[in-house]
Every structure is written in structure tokens, then in C-alpha cells.
Design a protein around this ligand. Structure first.
Ligand SMILES: Nc1ncnc2c1ncn2[C@@H]1O[C@H](COP(=O)(O)OP(=O)(O)OP(=O)(O)O)[C@@H](O)[C@H]1O
Length: 877
């Protein structure tokens, strides 16, 4: 129930001096805006052109400005009237019309602190007749309030209309589909007839408006067949203002009776052919999108206007109504072709204790006020989602919404193509609303949780949070009782019957000013700690003075202090979690309306979130492990100092890391890339070279093998030559080794034992040696190898020897294993040749000695050495 301020007054402005900060009629801000009268003849309109017949009926009445397009009471459509050719298109509107759509009260421009409304700012004209709080019901409303309004008619009616006290409506039996079954009968919370809009408002909407002011979300909507009176009920006309203007008057009346201060923001949209249009935004604006999912949906971009009195509300309504799509149909001269939603966001907080004026409060909040009384922008903590009323000094902010919806009416196909197309969209979305309500009702009645097709239309998707239970709902079903409309009226009543079963569980939403609470707790803790310290210091001296009983009391007092400190410390933790709890929680239920792709995306992002949290936990654990050690009982000052130092170091490191990344990160990555690109080529070349060398080395090994064999062969030949020389020596002809010649008195005897000559003789052996030497020295042994023994690498073994010019050129500056080895072999060959030469010399000496011997001893031994013959001496044969 609203709280009555301590100084209520029917004329508060006169009684109480105005607080300087309190905006003096903030409406003046709006009234400064040159909003052209929408009814003046030279003002262009966005709305549908009114048919020639209806134009003269729109007149300006003193007091309430006519909301353009308000239907004229009891005007019947004759069907012969010229129809509105097309639904208006706003995009082609000229610039002059933009002024109609701009307002300085746009919430993004207004400082909420300056647009607050409270009992001091509300004036008599803003309010309905004063609300008597005691007459308002605040009982828990867990069911939808369903009322039926029957449009007055002079035609023959199909329904048995009830007496004033009854809430039952029954179809007259003669109009029932079947005579065998009882005619349908419906019971509702309210059944209203007549044209009195005040009674309707009081019965169906007033409690919901009050609920919204108390912090509950509230939704009032009108449902019914076209031309049954929905717009008449919601908007009304000058004689009979409807629910919207009356509700807004009650909003101000309520504020008048409370000690709270309010920030009121209005938005006005329509859903036309499944497109959401912001009726307060300029014509060229983007269509509004529904954001979020499940119970947490919002509209964006959405223009919200701050309203501070009834006159500013009226202007907002006029602007919105001027932009609504209406057209003449077969049934309604001015039929709404769209669903419209007028919504007020109500934020409130306590005005502060001690009856201090707002000015005093602002001055006390850390001197944040400018000399002009304005809050310095930017000093106020920012709220996500834009300018909002802020919690302050422990005062929580309560937020709720009041949504007043005029649905387009269900209708049959018409002769007009455009109207028929619109009608299809209207019927489809109403059908969806019907099936959503049916499922919700079923679920509530049977405790089921069947899939609710909220996503099948923009309307139901937008209403999902409210229809899911978090709003107090009132539905007015309007029917035309004419016999010709029996089917439509029955269908409307059936819808009304179903929605009655939907279960609601609206809760208040409160944002707690945790900072202020925490600050208060902290101060108290500090104070208690100081007192405890003082007591502990004096304890030894005092205990000597105190009696046993007093000592006991003293220790109990200290214990109490201690436990209070502990309790407050716990409270700090609790209050820090309050804010989180007030935010919309993560969805615990699966939203079956989401597509598999959306679900996958959600799953993916949830996994990513978990991963990042795991990383965060790890890093926190690490920092916990690495934290500098301080004894738990270290003085608080020391701990604070350490924390400060750590914080400073962290900040410095962050700056360094950021600077590093900003200045060096990218260039270093580029350098690394360049180096990799450049050196990769070289590395590849080196690998190729190495492979070539390995192949060459393999070939070399094979070649050495061949040379080894050749050396063996040479060795054999050398041994053969040596054998020859030995034989030669054995003849006793070698140098000093010649056998001694014995001379007697008669004869001289030479010991004669000549060796058997080697085949071919010494010369042949020598010639062969020479040949071999040339062969070895020619450095072309590989030709032999190439032809005789092809290696595993046929390219190399056949077409290129390791010593071929190309390879040799490559290896020019490198020591050749083959050459080294060849060197050794050559030396051996040379030794062998030297040896052979020495033998040849010896042989020459022997020859010489032989000649001299022949000369001395005759011809007996003349041919021993075969000087004229090459082969075996005669003696030997
Ligand atoms: N209870 C009523 N008393 C007097 N006149 C009424 C009442 N209900 C409706 N009318 C009149 O009937 C006509 C059609 O009403 P209204 O435009 O409100 O219907 P609607 O349901 O909003 O139609 P639509 O869905 O086509 O927009 C209007 O001229 C209106 O003044």
C-alpha cells in the first residue's frame, strides 16, 4: 500500500515552499519544444488519411486535446463510405515532420535526477480524483483478471446480457450451433456494458496500475473482434477518456501520496505486419528489434521519453497516435491495423530520511552538485543500458513496467487487397497469442511444462516475460453482441475463458545500493574494532581494579563486540551478493523456442565461459599461492599497505605489458615471419647440399674399394717382380752379390748356376709395371668403375663420377678423400718403381759385369743371359 507522506496536503504547492532543486514543472522543458498541433490544418500527418466523412467529426475540445483518430462514438460504418486507399507510409515523410518526432525529454538527453517526480511536483491537473489507498486491493493476484465488455448496440443481440450483479454471459439458445447441446455460458471477473469508460477503468485496470506503482510489472490489454471497442476502451475519446489517460492520471495521483521519488519513462510502439515500429522515433528510424531470449527480452533501438506530468504524457500519446496505422475497413471507420503497446517504466526510490529536501540530499552526496543544482554528469555511476535512476545512500531503486496494449482486431477477409494482407498478419499473430494462452493455461491447470510457442509471433515473443508469469495481467475482451457477430464473439469469449486459467507469480524487482550498505557496515566494523582494542589495552590494569563479577561482565562485553564484528563482516559479503541476485539469473529452463543453431551457439558460449572461468580460477590460485606472506595477525595497516603496493605493481605491469603489445607486439611478429620466410629457403638449400654430399661420399667409398683391389693387384705384381729379382740374384749376377770367380793355374772356374728366366723376361715385367703406373697416374680409374660397377645411385655412377669436372668443381676447395687415398697409393707405386729402377740398375750392372766376364772368359757363357734372345738360355733348355 502506498505510504502517505507525513504532510499531506491537497494543495502542496501552496503549503510547502518549493525546493530549489526540484524541477519546476519539468514539463516546461517539453513545452518549450515546438511541437506543432497535430490537428492544425497546416500540419502534415503520418497517420492514415481520415475518410472525408470522418474529418469534420474531429474537433478540438477545451481541456483534453483530441487524440487524432479517436473514434467517434456510436458512429456506424455503412460500408458505402470511401475507404482509405492505402496504409500510410512514414518513410517518405518530409523533414518538417521530424520536429514532431523529436523531444528534449528523450531519456538519452535528460538527466534523470532532474526529471524526478514526487508529491511536491504533482499538480491537481495531473491526477485523477485523489486515490484513496484504502480502497485499493493489494491482494496477491496470481490469476489473470478477465473482463468482458459488451459494446452497446441497437441491433438484435444474440446474447443473454446479465443483470448488473451477474458476471455470466449466455448465448440465447436459438443462436446456438446445435439445439441438442446447451448453449455456451461464460463466467468472468467483470462483465461490463455501456459506454462509461471510468467504470471500466476502475474495474479492470486501476488495481494493476497501483501494482505497477508498487513495483510489480503490470499488463493490461484489450482483445476482441474488429470494431468491438478495444481502442475505445484503451484510448477513449475526449468525453470518455480510456484506460491509458486514466492510468497515467492515477500514476501521478499515486505519486502524490507517497514519500518516494519517481522517474517515469514512456515508450510507444506498434507491431504492423510483423514489424515493430517505434511510434516516437523519426520516420526514417530503424525498425525495432526484439533482443534477448526467454524471460529476458527487451526492445532495441527504442526511444523512451521522460514524463513528469500529465501534459507531457498527453503529448507523447498524441505523437504516437499520429503515427499509428489506421484505415477504414468494411467494419470500422478507423480500424487499428496494428497492435500498439504503450509502456511506462516506473523507477522509484525513497526520498531520504529526516524529511530533508532533495536539494539538501544532493548537496550532501559528496558535493557532486554543481552551483546550478545540476548533477555533474559523469560523476554519477553509470548503469548498464543508459541513464537510469541510481541507487544512493543505501536507498534501493524499484523498477517496474506498466504495459497498456491495444491489439488489432481479428477480422474476416475484406474486399480491399491491402486490408486483407494486413488482416492475415493480424489474425496469425492473434492465433499465436491464442495458442500461447492455451498452452500456458493447460500447463498451469495440469502442472505440465509443454512447449509454449512464444516465438511464433513478435507479439507473443515481446509479451513472453509477462505471460510467463512475472506480471499482473488484466484482459478486457470486447464483444459485439449482434447476432451477425455470434461466431466471433463466441471465439473471443472462449479466449477469455482460457486466459483465466493462466497462473501468475509476479514479483517486485529491487536494486539495492550495495555500496552504501557496505560502507555503513565497514564504518561500524572499524568503530567496533577501535572500541575492542581500547578495552584490550586497558584490560590488565582494569582487571586488577574490578571485582570478579565486573570482570565477568567486562569479558562478556568484549565477546559481544567480537561477535558483532564477525556478524557485520558476514553481512558485507551477503550484501555484495544482493546486486547479483537482483539481476536476471541465467536461464535454468531450456528455451524450446530456440533453433538448434541457437542452442548450439549458446552451448558453445557457455563452454567458452566455463573455460575462461577455469583459467581465471587457475590464475587466482596461482596468485594466492604466490602472494607475499604476512602473518594473519599482522596489523591491518600493514596489510593495506601491502595490498596497495601489489595493486600498484599490477597496474605498472599491466601498463608495461600493454605498451609492449602496442609498440612491439605486432612489429616483432612481423620480423619473425620475415626471418622465417627468408631462412626457410636457405635451410632447404643446405639440406639439398647435404644430401648431395652424402651421395657423393657413398660413391667415394665404393671407389676406394675399387682402388683397394687395384692396389692389391699392384702389390701382387710387385711381389712377382721381387720374385723375378730374387731369381735374378740367385743367378749370382746381382751387384756385389755376384759369386766369386776362382782362378787355378790351368783354368779359371766360375761357379755357374744361372736362374731360370721369368716368362717374358725382366723387360716385359718392367714394361708391364710402366703400363700400370701410367694407368694409375692417369686419374681416370673411375671410367672403369663406371662401366664395371654401377653404384646404387645410377645417376652418379653412370653419368657422373665423384671426380667428374662438375663435382670436382663443387669440391675444388675441399680436401678429397679419394685424392688423399690416391696420394698414398701413388707413393707406394713410386716406391715400387724406385725399387724396380734399383733392380734395373742392378740388372744393368750385372749386364756390364757379364760383358766384361765374356771378354775375360770366352764364349762358354756367351748366351747365358740370352742377350740376343729374350727367352730361356740354351743351357736351361
Ligand atoms: N462501449 C462503447 N460505447 C460506445 N461506442 C463504442 C463502444 N465500443 C466501441 N464503440 C465505437 O465503435 C467504433 C469501433 O470501436 P473501436 O475503434 O474502438 O474498435 P476496435 O475494436 O478498436 O476496432 P479495430 O480492431 O478495427 O481497431 C468506434 O466508433 C467506437 O467509438
Amino acid at each position: 500500500m502506498p505510504q502517505i507522506p507525513s504532510t499531506p496536503s491537497s494543495k502542496p504547492k501552496a503549503a510547502a515552499s518549493r525546493i530549489p532543486f526540484t524541477p519546476r514543472r519539468p514539463a516546461s522543458v517539453l513545452s518549450d519544444v515546438s511541437t506543432p498541433s497535430l490537428l492544425s490544418s497546416n500540419t502534415k500527418r503520418y497517420k492514415a488519411a481520415i475518410s472525408t466523412e470522418s474529418k469534420p467529426r474531429t474537433k478540438q475540445i477545451a481541456g483534453l486535446t483530441i487524440v487524432p483518430g479517436s473514434p467517434t462514438k456510436n458512429k456506424k460504418s455503412d460500408g458505402s463510405r470511401p475507404k482509405t486507399p492505402t496504409t500510410p507510409r512514414r518513410n517518405g515523410a518530409d523533414d518538417s515532420l521530424l520536429s514532431v518526432n523529436t523531444s528534449e525529454m528523450d531519456v538519452s538527453r535528460v538527466d534523470p535526477e532532474e526529471a524526478l517526480v514526487d508529491f511536491e511536483t504533482v499538480e491537481a491537473g495531473d491526477m485523477s480524483a485523489d486515490i484513496d489507498p484504502s480502497t485499493l486491493s493489494d491482494s496477491a493476484q496470481d490469476k489473470v483478471l478477465v473482463s468482458v465488455r459488451v459494446k452497446p448496440t441497437s441491433n438484435h443481440v444474440a446474447w443473454d446480457l446479465p443483470s448488473s450483479s451477474s458476471q455470466t454471459i449466455k448465448l440465447n439458445p436459438q443462436y446456438a450451433k446445435s439445439s441438442s447441446t446447451a448453449p455456451p455460458e461464460f463466467h468472468f471477473d467483470e462483465l461490463i456494458t455501456g459506454s462509461e469508460n471510468k467504470a471500466v477503468y476502475n474495474k479492470v485496470a486501476r488495481n494493476h496500475v497501483i501494482s505497477a506503482m508498487e513495483g510489480y510489472n503490470a499488463l493490461v490489454f484489450a482483445y476482441g473482434q474488429t470494431a468491438s471497442g478495444k481502442t475505445f476502451t484503451l484510448t477513449g475519446d475526449d468525453d470518455q477518456p480510456g484506460i491509458i489517460p486514466r492510468a497515467m492520471k492515477d500514476v501521478f495521483a499515486y505519486i502524490k501520496h507517497t514519500t518516494r521519488e519517481y522517474l517515469l519513462r514512456c515508450s510507444y510502439i506498434e507491431i504492423y505486419n510483423e514489424t515493430i515500429v517505434d511510434l516516437l522515433a523519426p520516420p526514417s528510424s530503424q525498425p525495432v528489434q526484439i533482443q534477448g531470449s526467454g524471460s529476458n527480452v527487451w526492445l532495441s533501438p527504442l526511444r523512451e521519453e521522460v514524463v513528469t506530468n500529465f501534459s507531457s504524457v498527453k503529448k507523447v500519446l498524441e505523437r504516437g497516435d499520429a503515427n499509428r496505422r489506421t484505415a477504414t475497413t468494411d467494419w470500422n471507420e478507423r480500424s487499428s491495423r496494428s497492435h500498439s503497446v504503450f509502456r511506462v517504466v516506473i523507477e522509484s526510490r525513497e526520498r531520504g530520511s529526516g524529511g530533508s529536501s532533495r536539494k539538501d540530499e544532493e548537496s550532501s552526496t559528496n558535493g557532486r552538485m554543481t552551483p546550478t543544482g545540476r548533477m555533474t554528469p559523469g560523476l554519477r555511476p553509470q548503469t548498464p543500458g543508459g541513464t537510469r535512476l541510481q541507487t544512493r545512500d543505501g536507498r534501493s531503486v524499484q523498477t517496474s513496467t506498466l504495459s497498456l496494449i491495444d491489439l488489432a482486431g481479428s477480422e474476416k477477409a475484406t474486399s480491399d487487397k491491402e486490408r486483407t494482407r494486413e488482416g492475415k498478419y493480424i489474425n496469425t499473430s492473434l492465433l499465436t497469442l491464442g495458442s500461447v494462452i492455451s498452452t500456458l493455461a493447460e500447463n498451469s491447470a495440469k502442472g505440465k511444462s509443454d512447449h509454449v510457442p512464444f516465438r511464433n509471433s513478435k507479439l507473443t515473443r515481446m509479451l513472453q516475460p509477462s505471460l510467463s508469469g512475472n506480471a499482473r495481467i488484466s484482459v478486457i475482451c470486447t464483444i459485439n453482441p449482434d447476432v451477425s457477430a455470434t461466431v466471433e464473439s463466441t471465439s473471443t469469449l472462449q479466449f477469455a475463458q482460457r486466459i483465466k486459467k493462466v497462473q501468475l507469480n509476479a514479483t517486485k524487482k529491487e536494486i539495492v545500493d550495495t555500496e552504501a550498505l557496505i560502507e555503513r557496515y565497514r564504518n561500524e566494523i572499524e568503530d567496533l574494532k577501535r572500541r575492542l582494542e581500547d578495552k584490550e589495552k586497558d584490560a590488565p590494569a582494569r582487571s586488577r581494579r574490578l571485582s570478579a563479577r565486573e570482570q565477568l561482565d567486562e569479558s562478556k562485553a568484549m565477546k559481544d563486540l567480537n561477535s558483532r564484528i564477525q556478524q557485520l563482516t558476514k553481512l558485507i559479503l551477503t550484501s555484495q551478493t544482493v546486486e547479483d541476485a537482483s539481476r536476471p539469473g541465467s536461464p535454468v529452463k531450456i528455451d524450446f523456442d530456440m533453433s538448434p543453431y541457437e542452442l548450439q551457439q549458446e552451448l558453445l558460449s557457455a563452454r567458452r565461459e566455463i573455460e575462461s572461468q577455469a583459467v581465471q580460477i587457475l590464475s587466482l590460485e596461482n596468485s594466492l599461492r604466490d602472494r607475499p606472506l604476512l602473518p594473519p595477525d599482522a596489523p591491518e595497516g600493514e596489510k593495506d599497505k601491502l595490498i596497495m603496493e601489489q595493486g600498484k605493481a599490477i597496474r605498472e605491469l599491466e601498463i608495461v605489458v600493454k605498451g609492449y603489445e602496442d609498440n612491439l607486439g605486432e612489429p616483432l611478429r612481423a620480423v619473425r615471419e620475415d626471418v622465417e620466410n627468408e631462412w626457410q629457403v636457405k635451410l632447404d638449400e643446405e639440406i639439398k647440399k647435404r644430401q648431395e654430399k652424402e651421395a657423393w661420399a657413398d660413391e667415394l667409398v665404393k671407389q676406394l674399394e675399387r682402388e683397394k683391389k687395384m692396389r692389391l693387384k699392384l702389390e701382387n705384381e710387385r711381389q712377382a717382380l721381387a720374385a723375378f729379382v730374387s731369381k735374378f740374384d740367385a743367378l749370382g749376377l746381382g751387384g756385389l752379390g755376384l759369386p766369386p770367380i776362382s782362378v787355378s793355374s790351368t783354368t779359371t772356374t766360375i761357379p755357374f748356376n744361372p736362374p731360370k728366366p721369368t716368362p717374358g723376361g725382366a723387360n716385359a715385367i718392367f714394361a708391364e709395371r710402366q703400363k700400370n703406373r701410367l694407368l694409375v697416374g692417369s686419374l681416370e680409374p673411375f671410367k672403369i668403375a663406371e662401366t664395371n660397377e654401377p653404384g646404387p645411385n645410377s645417376d652418379l655412377s653412370v653419368t657422373e663420377s665423384p671426380l667428374r669436372p662438375s663435382t670436382k668443381a663443387k669440391m675444388e676447395n675441399q680436401p678429397s678423400l679419394l685424392e688423399e687415398e690416391w696420394e698414398g697409393v701413388s707413393m707406394q707405386v713410386e716406391d715400387f718403381e724406385n725399387e724396380a729402377m734399383a733392380m734395373m740398375n742392378t740388372a744393368a750392372q750385372v749386364k756390364e759385369k757379364r760383358n766384361s766376364f765374356f771378354k775375360a772368359f770366352g764364349a762358354e757363357v756367351k748366351d747365358v743371359f740370352g742377350m740376343g734372345k729374350e727367352n730361356v738360355p740354351a743351357a736351361a733348355s
